[in-house]
Design a protein around this ligand. Structure first.
Ligand code: GLU
Length: 348
């Protein structure tokens, strides 16, 4: 009798373990993945009109591999992404991961600013658990919409043990990219996301996750940043360079209270001569100026064609300008010491 009782107990235990699936929270922010248009061949559509429940319902297979919970953080086109949503999203992710409620997070997001949100989270999420950003280039009603497979792949990346400790990643078009490296490179193509300095770190093919590289810059649990006590982020502007430029935007940025400026300079981070002088003045006035490039890949080298020590400038290493802006904002929440901020650029 006792033996039968034990056998039944073991069977119940086995069955329970067999169905114990990881819990993945899908935090929806909007974007084309949640967009809809008037027809399946219509390229005009509105971002952020489909709710998280509908997104999840479009990919029933994800319920077989994980316990899926959905939350709507915002429902906006990511061109309208802002500090308030970033802080809300990051705080919620930290709460879900550190309370043990979630084993991984998938954030659905518009593609326009996905790289910035990914890098922001990469610097402020305090957990080794997977955090995956995903979106779509074709809206949910479009012919060959890419959102459902991207979402299925993202959930598979979020439940993969191999994703632990990789930092925040972006999953699009069967590829896995590290948050620090990834950027949108094409306005409409489904293969828009690339990591120009380093390449993708993995692939995900119908849910089959494979990694080939590890991001080595500090991120998530090992990052110097956290949001404890942070209620707002300082203003940091990007000034884009061009031939026959003028210093007006630098002067307006300083006048309007920018605490930092990222110069998206020409080539190896060279601003037009009058812009260079205005940036030097800004730096003298206490604004932290980071030289970057509008080129889109490669390092902006210290003291390349510009005497950075003379002007008091920092350099971005090889971060693009929109990510340098994110890092500089977070750095300024901790310190105004330029040597320390430069160190952040060389380690994060
Ligand atoms: N502007 C939209 C956004 O970023 C469309 C881009 C997309 O999601 O693909 O939300």
């Amino acid at each position: 009798m006792r033996l039968i009782f034990k056998a039944v107990l073991l069977m119940i235990l086995g069955a329970t373990l067999a169905v114990a699936k990881p819990t993945i929270y899908i935090l929806a922010t909007g974007g084309t993945i949640a967009g809809s248009g008037s027809g399946s061949l219509d390229s005009s559509y509105t971002s952020g009109t489909v709710t998280v429940d509908k997104l999840i319902a479009a990919v029933p297979d994800i319920n077989k591999i994980a316990t899926i919970k959905g939350e709507q953080i915002s429902n906006i086109g990511s061109q309208d992404m802002n500090n308030e949503v970033w802080l809300k999203l990051a705080n919620r992710i930290n709460e879900l991961l550190n309370s043990g409620k979630a084993d991984g997070i998938v954030v659905t997001h518009g593609t326009d600013t996905m790289e910035e949100t990914a890098y922001f989270l990469n610097l402020v999420v305090k957990s080794d658990k997977p955090v995956v950003l995903v979106g779509a280039m074709r809206n949910s009603g479009s012919l060959s919409a890419d959102g459902p497979l991207n979402l299925f792949n993202a959930v598979n990346v979020a439940i993969s043990k191999d994703s632990v400790g990789k930092g925040v990643v972006v999953v699009m078009n069967d590829e896995i990219h590290a948050a620090r490296e990834v950027t949108k490179t094409n306005t409409t193509g489904v293969d828009t996301f690339k990591s120009p300095n380093s390449g993708k770190i993995g692939t995900v093919f119908y849910g089959n996750v494979k990694y080939y590289m590890n991001p080595i810059r500090k991120h998530t649990a090992s990052s110097a940043f956290d949001l404890t006590g942070v209620k707002e982020l300082p203003r940091v502007d990007i000034i884009y360079s061009h031939a026959n430029d003028n210093p007006d935007f630098v002067n307006v940025a300083v006048k309007n209270g920018a605490k930092g400026i990222v110069s998206a300079g020409l080539g190896n981070g060279n601003p037009y001569f009058s812009v260079l002088e205005a940036l030097g003045e800004a730096s003298k006035a206490g604004v932290v100026v980071v030289r970057d490039s509008r080129v889109g890949s490669g390092e902006t080298t210290m003291n390349g064609e510009i005497d950075d020590a003379k002007y008091g400038f920092l350099t971005c290493d090889n971060l693009n300008a929109q990510k340098a802006r994110v890092l500089l904002m977070l750095a300024l929440t901790k310190t105004s010491d330029k040597a320390k901020i430069q160190e952040f650029f060389l380690t994060h």
